[in-house]
Design a protein around this ligand. Structure first.
Ligand SMILES: C[S@@+](CC[C@H](N)C(=O)[O-])C[C@H]1O[C@@H](n2cnc3c(N)ncnc32)[C@H](O)[C@@H]1O
Length: 413
């Protein structure tokens, strides 16, 4: 095929897009489709944990089996994200028969549509096609992104090593960066975190990192899904530490991308110690933590002049009476300031009862912010006495932050 592609911006809101395959390619492609508001039908016998989490949260429809032609009923677009060329060809044959454009991960020449390399800046989306060469498209995209981005710090990253082992990470080879990805909005990663991400050979990502950041990785980057779904399946921390160390010792530049800030209930310290023990140099890039960003996104400042002179961030992962709990809930009940509780939904009834039992007023304003800074953010406003009951009535789910204190409502008219 020698003719030029015809560029379009597909307005997919509410329109059915079928994704066939539930592996690494689908994990990268689905977030952009969801961001565009597409009605995604995912056909695959198995899903990665990141896709599974989206299916469990009702963001997409998952059909846990192999593709059948009827899956394309009502579809506007098909993304084939399977390795098996025979399976991919049969999906694209059905798509062609029905005049539905088909993107193929396995064979660009057989596809009727190509996905461009993309960079997004607020309302502006720049999409680059490289004439069938994805690397060329990425290179041009990166140059445009750098032109549009805010100017980078002139000194680059601290402690940059001299040696290069010839991986695509170049000067960063054989090291690890623990990068905070921010709370959910892909634009809330730091400039430095973003730059290191674009230089990575390997990205080890948590479930809570913004999916759109992964969508923009080079195709040759190894993406390791280290999802730790709350109360669900988890990959052992030791295994993650080992992946970081092994890849770095093999000469790769590894970015460990973590939701929010790496050191706020992020187990970043354990990963740093594991790398240090193996002699692997580590750079830590702080992130915008949900403990501050989630209240802010709901219009709640964690401190406010004349209202709160302190804020305390606490994990609600363990119930107040759990023997392993390190939190002095009785002491927290005596504070006047703001209490921000992460991972606290499951134990919220016990937490609020304990705070009230130790003297915090049940009338204290409280709020719950779910999926803060994303397109699906939800906010519940209540009081300490009622918030646990209101939460279940409103069916709010993790990830969510609970804020307790007079700052809730401090900015209300
Ligand atoms: C394991 S902790 C990691 C926190 C992360 N390191 C940070 O600094 O935001 C996960 C918890 O962070 C909170 N969280 C993370 N992202 C969130 C978001 N976008 N909206 C609300 N809460 C969020 C939730 O309480 C969630 O259960």
């Amino acid at each position: 095929m020698t003719s030029n592609p015809y560029p379009l911006g597909l307005r997919l809101h509410g329109r059915r897009v079928v994704v066939v395959g539930g592996g690494a390619v689908a994990t990268r492609r689905v977030p952009a489709l969801l961001d565009a508001g597409a009605d995604v039908l995912l056909v695959a016998p198995e899903l990665t944990p990141a896709l599974r989490a989206r299916a469990d949260a009702g963001r997409l429809h998952w059909v846990p089996r192999r593709f059948v032609p009827e899956d394309l009923d009502g579809a506007w677009l098909v993304q084939v994200a399977v390795d098996d060329p025979i399976a991919a060809a049969s999906v694209s044959a059905v798509a062609a028969e029905r005049r539905i454009f088909c993107v193929r991960a396995d064979d660009r020449t057989a596809a009727t549509a190509w996905t461009p390399a993309v960079t997004r800046h607020g309302p502006v989306t720049v999409a680059v096609l490289g004439g069938g060469d994805p690397r060329r498209a990425m290179t041009v995209r990166d140059a445009i992104r750098d032109l549009l981005a805010v100017r980078l710090a002139p000194d680059g990253i601290a402690g940059r090593p001299d040696a290069s082992t010839g991986t695509t990470g170049g000067q960063q080879a054989g090291r690890v960066a623990l990068v905070g990805a921010g709370p959910g909005d892909p634009e809330l990663i730091t400039v430095k975190g973003w730059r290191l991400l674009t230089e990575a050979d390997v990205v080890v990502a948590d479930r809570l990192v913004p999916g759109l950041l992964l969508d923009e990785l080079r195709p040759d980057v190894e993406l390791v899904d280290a999802s730790k779904i709350p109360y669900g399946p988890s990959r052992a921390q030791e295994e993650i530490n080992q992946i970081l160390v092994d890849r770095a010792l093999a000469g790769a530049f590894v970015v460990r991308l973590k939701g929010g800030d790496p050191y706020v209930f992020g187990r970043g310290g354990e990963e740093l110690l594991a790398c240090a023990a193996a002699g692997v140099p580590v750079t830590v890039v702080p992130g915008v933590t949900s403990s501050i960003a989630a209240p802010a996104a709901a219009g709640i400042p964690v401190t406010h002049r004349g209202v709160a002179h302190e804020f305390t961030v606490v994990s609600g992962h363990l119930a107040p009476d759990a023997p392993a709990s390190l939190v002095r809930w009785d002491a927290l009940a005596g504070l006047h300031g703001t209490l921000v509780i992460l991972m606290g939904l499951k134990n919220l009834a016990a937490i609020t009862a304990t705070l009230i039992a130790h003297g915090r007023s049940p009338q204290t304003p409280a709020a719950v912010v779910q999926e803060a800074t994303t397109g699906t953010q939800r906010v519940l406003r209540s009081t300490l006495g009622d918030v646990a009951a209101d939460l279940s009535a409103a069916d709010l789910r993790p990830p969510a932050v609970v804020v307790v204190g007079d700052v809730v409502g401090a900015l209300d008219g």
